[in-house]
Write a protein that binds this ligand. Structure first.
Ligand SMILES: Nc1ncnc2c1ncn2[C@@H]1O[C@H](COP(=O)(O)OP(=O)(O)O)[C@@H](O)[C@H]1O
Ligand SMILES: [Mg+2]
Length: 368
């Protein structure tokens, strides 16, 4: 496909794209020729053409590509970048809010790409448990970004905090604790120039106080809120609760591709797949591993632990990775856990989500 200068090629995954001639950018990342870029199902990438470009496209089922006029990245993103860049404090922290599918991840990608292009050191903290880009689903995590990226999903986490739920509404306290902890970890690194914090898309009235708590945990120098056309806007709802912080509105791109709840779950399941790659069933004797929390021990003896997503920790209580309880052997008093973690963990924390054999989320039965 050939696309003229100034236009944008929008590609909806699952697809892969290779630039064969010309120049193009994805969220300000100048892509290299001959390098294949993979777009996951449920994701759309905009290739903004700088010099007449040719692309080689491989489209999967239901994937599509379309050419549109101009750049789909809103002008206000550029202004937001300037605002952040002119923040005198070091490190400067920016927090990004918005409802689901408002462009939060893409906006963070844009900011990160522009900052690293200037040689600045950027830490990205990802609080979006349900659509995590950095850590496994149901976790809060951060990473140090050193190179521009098309998809934050490719990055490896530096530190992970396990929450165990796919929405913060089920674990508001634990989620803010995770953000507090990771913010402190980031700030303990003296070389960081910018901290970008992405947040979840829970955007009801009940979410407002929670978002204010998150902001208190980070104390950002600037808050960006992605504003769409919906009324009342979530940004307006947040406005008063975040009155103590500098707030800037940024536009939600019109070219956004909204996802159904199911598509979002599929994307999350790709996230599980990534962290369970080469997983095996391991047997942990219950007298050699600490099951944290009384409630979790109760679940074991009530025979309700099966399929739960868990986190595994080493002897210094460092997060090792996630697992799924496949079975409890009550005779040998052992947990059978499917995990990609190799070493023996010292403790385990139970989450609230259950995953089946194919790592698909099992909906919670409505309690009687
Ligand atoms: N400027 C843009 N042009 C084209 N597609 C975009 C743009 N910004 C976001 N998208 C796409 O829209 C979808 C939703 O955006 P995303 O950044 O994932 O939102 P959020 O993180 O708020 O859920 C994604 O597939 C994304 O790639
Ligand atoms: Mg996102």
């Amino acid at each position: 496909m050939t696309v003229g200068k100034g236009k944008t090629l929008l590609v909806d995954g699952p697809a892969s794209v290779t630039l064969t001639a010309g120049k193009a950018e994805v969220f300000r990342f100048q892509i290299r020729q001959a390098r294949k870029i993979v777009i996951r199902e449920g994701k759309r990438l905009p290739f903004n053409v700088q010099e007449n470009a040719s692309f080689n496209l491989a489209l999967g089922a239901e994937a599509q590509a379309q050419e549109v006029e101009g750049d789909t990245v809103p002008h206000s993103w550029q202004a937001a970048y300037q605002t952040l860049r002119e923040t005198p404090k070091k490190p400067a922290a920016a927090m990004v809010f918005g409802r689901v599918d408002s462009g939060k991840t893409s906006f963070c990608t844009y900011l990160v790409n522009r900052l690293v292009a200037e040689g600045l050191k950027v830490a990205l903290l990802d609080e979006d448990l349900g659509q995590s880009d950095v850590g496994p689903p149901c976790t809060v995590a951060y990473t140090n970004v050193t190179k521009p990226v098309t998809d934050l999903f490719k990055l490896k986490p530096a530190k992970v905090f396990f929450v165990g739920a796919n929405t913060p509404s089920l674990e508001t306290k634990k989620t803010s604790q995770g953000v507090t902890y990771l913010t402190q970890e980031i700030l303990a690194t003296p070389t960081v120039d910018y901290v970008i914090v992405n947040t979840d898309g829970w955007a009801t009235e009940e979410a407002v106080q929670f978002k204010a708590d998150l902001a208190e945990a980070v104390k950002p120098d600037v808050v960006f809120c992605l504003q769409g056309e919906e009324l009342p806007t979530f940004c307006a709802m947040l406005g008063d609760a975040l009155a103590g912080f500098r707030q800037e509105r940024v536009e939600s791109p019109v070219a956004i591709r909204e996802r159904t709840r199911e598509k979002r779950r599929n994307l999350r399941e790709l996230g599980y797949a990534k962290y369970f790659e080469n997983g095996r069933v391991k047997v942990y004797a219950l007298n050699h591993i600490t099951v944290e929390n009384k409630e979790s021990n109760t679940l074991i003896w009530q025979r309700r632990a099966e399929n739960l997503l868990v986190a595994l920790y080493d002897g210094s209580r460092q997060f090792m990775g996630v697992g799924v309880i496949r079975d409890v052997d009550y005779n040998r008093k052992a947990l059978k856990v499917f995990t990609a973690v190799q070493e023996k963990p010292a403790s385990v924390v139970f989450g609230k989500i259950r995953l089946d054999e194919n790592l698909r989320e099992i909906p919670e039965k409505a309690s009687a």
